[in-house]
Each structure stands twice: as structure tokens, then as C-alpha cells.
Design a protein around this ligand. Structure first.
Ligand SMILES: *[C@@H]1O[C@H](CO)[C@@H](O)[C@H](O)[C@H]1NC(C)=O
Ligand SMILES: *[C@@H]1O[C@H](CO)[C@@H](O)[C@H](O)[C@H]1NC(C)=O
Ligand SMILES: *[C@@H]1O[C@H](CO)[C@@H](O)[C@H](O)[C@H]1NC(C)=O
Ligand SMILES: *[C@@H]1O[C@H](CO)[C@@H](O)[C@H](O)[C@H]1NC(C)=O
Length: 258
């Protein structure tokens, strides 16, 4: 087995320190699981997109995969620029991506206030109530760090990074019951490159009851529709990240997951 409990413990230990700085919750109104970043791994999409990726067939990665193995059923792309497709090298790359997925999973569940150790193996059946939510978080994490190689090209050929599908994001919102007061829970958005700097969370105006969301039915954002506002978050080092676009529309057929 490539992974043991102790790998996980070691992995999780450094991550825990990140939670407080990295994830902030909006205390301004009553929301559920409305954390920043609102989706697991969202802050990494721009960084991942800038890397160079090469296709590796499913059968050549599944032997090295543990955590994500149950949900990765497609040919993947791995971040590699060279032509080294040796077994040992692929295995290293798979483990590195999986490590990022596992960290994202643990950090995200912790930030939601869900005990990640209750969901140590999210794809196995369990009587824990939040199992389907934990599973949806795991799926989003795995899809983010193991993008699909969609086109039929040989192993080692360079391919694009394909963002996770909006459908996986919507399943997450539904399985976990994520609610935000603002436009955060839109999965597919596209802002014009000239969009003004974003507001991640709507401010509650003076005089509003701070324990409640502003009335969603009121015309909250008269100037921009929820699907055209950029999102604003931070990476693990506290750098601001602006996301002009969100998850890819599954209907376009060029995205990762289901
Ligand atoms: C796995 O890798 C080998 C050697 O790198 C390659 O010949 C083979 O086509 C790959 N198999 C799949 C299913 O991608
Ligand atoms: C991952 O799943 C595949 C297919 O279900 C299986 O053949 C493979 O052994 C699994 N990998 C590990 C490390 O368990
Ligand atoms: C490929 O990577 C493996 C593992 O890092 C290394 O041992 C091997 O020498 C590399 N092969 C080439 C041709 O660079
Ligand atoms: C927003 O305002 C427009 C016109 O100002 C109105 O037609 C529309 O019904 C409003 N939407 C909501 C959700 O209240």
C-alpha cells in the first residue's frame, strides 16, 4: 500500500496551521458552510492552469492512487514538462497530486466544522450522517488535482488543464447544504477581464440585522449578475487570488468529473 495512516497524519499536521489564516468565515449573517474559498481547491485553479500537463492513461495511474482511486475513472493529466514516463516518475507525480487533494479535503472539511477523521475514507459506506457531503468534498478535491485528459492522445502527450465540471460543484452545494448570502454559491461564472475588483462577500449595510442574510429576493446586485462577478479569495500564503471564471460547464464537454 502506498499510503498508511501515518502518511495522513504527517500530511495533515502542517495543514492544520493554515486553517485559521486561510479560511475565514463571514460572521455577518447566518449562512451554512459559507467559507472562503467556498469550494475545495478553488484558490488553486489559476496556478494549476499555468502548469504544463501531460496525459497518462488511467491504468498507468490507478495502481499508485489511494485516496482518489474510487472516483478517478478517466485518463488523467499530470503536471510534467519532460518526457519521463517511467513508472517510478509517474508514481511520484500521482502521489504528489494526491497529497494536494488529501490536504485540500482535510482542510476544507475542518474549515466547515466537520471532523475529517470521521470521514477518513469518504468513498467507503458509513453510517455517519455527513458522509455524502464529505464524499462530495473529496470528489471536488480529486477532480481539481487530477484533471481529465479528454482527447485521445498517446501517454506523455501535452494536454490542457481542464477545470472540474460545474455539476460536481453543484453536487457539493446540494450534498452539504451550502448557503451563502451573496453570489458565492454560483458554480460557473465568467467575468469580463475588465471587471472591477471583486467583492467576495456582500457587506451587510448599517442597520441590517447582522444575524440574517440580506433579503435575497431584493435586487442585491443591480450592477452585475451573479454569473458575471469575479470571485476573490486567497492562496495558502495569503496572496490575493482573483478568479474571473469558475467551474467549466459540463454541457460543453470539456471538464473534469461528473
Ligand atoms: C502505460 O504505460 C506504458 C509504458 O509507458 C505504455 O506503453 C502504455 O500504453 C500505457 N498504458 C495505458 C493504458 O495508458
Ligand atoms: C484502484 O482501483 C483500480 C480499479 O478499481 C484497482 O485495479 C487498483 O488496484 C486500485 N488501486 C489501489 C492502489 O488500490
Ligand atoms: C525518470 O524519473 C525517475 C524517478 O524520478 C528517475 O529515477 C529516472 O532516472 C528518470 N528517467 C529519465 C530518463 O529522466
Ligand atoms: C429586480 O428588479 C427588476 C426591475 O427593477 C424587477 O423586474 C425584478 O423582478 C427584480 N428582481 C427580483 C428578484 O426582485
Amino acid at each position: 500500500m502506498p499510503w498508511s495512516v501515518w502518511h495522513w497524519v504527517l500530511l495533515f499536521a502542517p495543514a492544520e496551521g493554515l486553517i485559521r489564516e486561510f479560511y475565514t468565515t463571514n460572521a455577518a449573517c447566518r449562512q451554512q458552510y459559507c467559507i472562503n474559498p467556498v469550494y475545495p481547491g478553488l484558490q488553486d485553479l489559476p496556478r494549476l492552469e499555468k502548469k504544463r500537463w501531460a496525459k497518462i492513461g488511467l491504468l498507468n495511474v490507478s495502481k499508485s492512487m489511494d485516496f482518489c482511486n474510487a472516483t478517478i475513472d478517466y485518463n488523467v493529466a499530470l503536471p510534467m514538462s519532460g518526457k519521463n514516463t517511467s513508472k517510478a516518475f509517474i508514481q511520484e507525480l500521482v502521489q504528489k497530486q494526491e497529497q494536494e487533494a488529501v490536504q485540500t479535503y482535510f482542510i476544507h472539511l475542518s474549515a466547515m466544522g466537520i471532523e475529517p477523521w470521521d470521514h477518513f475514507r469518504p468513498f467507503e459506506d458509513s453510517s455517519f450522517q455527513l458522509r455524502s457531503c464529505a464524499r462530495a468534498v473529496a470528489r471536488m478535491a480529486c477532480y481539481t488535482y487530477f484533471p481529465a485528459a479528454i482527447h485521445n492522445v498517446p501517454d506523455g502527450a501535452e494536454v490542457r488543464y481542464h477545470r472540474p465540471c460545474d455539476t460536481g460543484c453543484e453536487s457539493y452545494i446540494q450534498a452539504c447544504g451550502v448557503e451563502c448570502c451573496d453570489e458565492s454559491t454560483v458554480c460557473a461564472w465568467n467575468a469580463p477581464p475588465t471587471a472591477a475588483l471583486p467583492m467576495f462577500q456582500a457587506e451587510v449595510a448599517d442597520g441590517d440585522d447582522p444575524s440574517c442574510c440580506p433579503d435575497k429576493k431584493a435586487n442585491l446586485t443591480e450592477t452585475s449578475s451573479p454569473s458575471s462577478a469575479p470571485r476573490h479569495t486567497q492562496d495558502a500564503d495569503g496572496h490575493d487570488i482573483t478568479l474571473l471564471s469558475g467551474y467549466a460547464k459540463a454541457s460543453d464537454g470539456l471538464c473534469t468529473g461528473r
